[in-house]
Design a protein around this ligand. Sequence first.
Ligand SMILES: C[S@@+](CC[C@H](N)C(=O)[O-])C[C@H]1O[C@@H](n2cnc3c(N)ncnc32)[C@H](O)[C@@H]1O
Length: 337
Amino acid sequence: MTAMETSLLDDVHYVSDLGDFIVPATLRVVSDLRIADHLRDGPRKVTELAELTGAHPRALLRALRVLAARGIFRETDPENFELTRRAQLLRGDHPFSLRDGLTLLSCDVEAFARFDHSVRTNEASFDHVHGEGYWEWMSRHPDESARFDATQQGATRLELRASFAAYDWSELGSIADIGGGNGAFLAGLLSRYRSLKGCLFDLPHVVEGAPRILDKAGVTERCEIRGGSFFEAVPAGYDAYLMKRILYSWPDDKVRAVLRTVRAAMREDSRMLLIEPMETPGNAREPGKVYDLLMLALGGGSARSEDHLAALFDEAGLRLERVVPTLMYPIVEARPR
Ligand SMILES: C[S@@+](CC[C@H](N)C(=O)[O-])C[C@H]1O[C@@H](n2cnc3c(N)ncnc32)[C@H](O)[C@@H]1O
């Protein structure tokens, strides 16, 4: 084969890998089976891995070979696999673990099967496919909802590290985490800052999972748990109102409504803190660009520019004060105007 043919073939593999859904689905299933955790202490036979995880040995072998061909796992001897550097990221105990964020949620996959609807209309393909919004659907599917909450918890570990380094949380006496899921971020914040008091606010069926997480972190006494909707009312009078990965999952009209509710609960000296991907123009490879599309498909939402957020804040009686970059997503700070 000539050098030109080899490079063309490389491009063909690259583009077809990007275009398929087989490799991503395989990666997610293998990650969910916790194969990488079972390989932590060294290589193992596929038959042993299959027995440990309840997988079919032949099917698991085929799946691991597909991933090994892409640098995740290595077949050292026939049917014997070990971790590669990249596969370490699928271990649950890795500081940058991706394992719990890679759950294959079938409702998301079904929405993406009709992503053409979103690209044509700029609206959620999820609602188009399922006939209702993401959170209504989740409230009727408790198993998927619990799996979703666990994916959020996985990402939160990285976000905690990034935001501790970038922002001075010690200035705050109290903080309400609005749409805080099962409380993983707030638990991390309260265990680091021992005089901080917190309030976890999310939909009633979501906060049901919080006591266990807050208890495990030893912060139960300093944290109130409130179930409700941020379109109606949120608890009043906290120093800070955090919304992590909330606004970007909604279209502008819904964002206006959430901002109005939260602004009504704030004191004149409270601050609002957003942590979420912002719009990233140009060719840079930013994870925020991909999540922007995820939000479009699942909720008709969007990553927004600083100017766009500033205008939405302004309408709600808030002023965007600053955008603090972190190693993950920026922290956007706003105050009543
Ligand atoms: C993308 S998740 C982010 C969770 C958490 N803030 C985090 O970053 O891990 C969005 C959260 O918004 C919550 N949510 C959706 N609709 C809500 C509503 N009307 N009122 C309160 N919370 C809501 C969901 O239950 C979910 O926990």
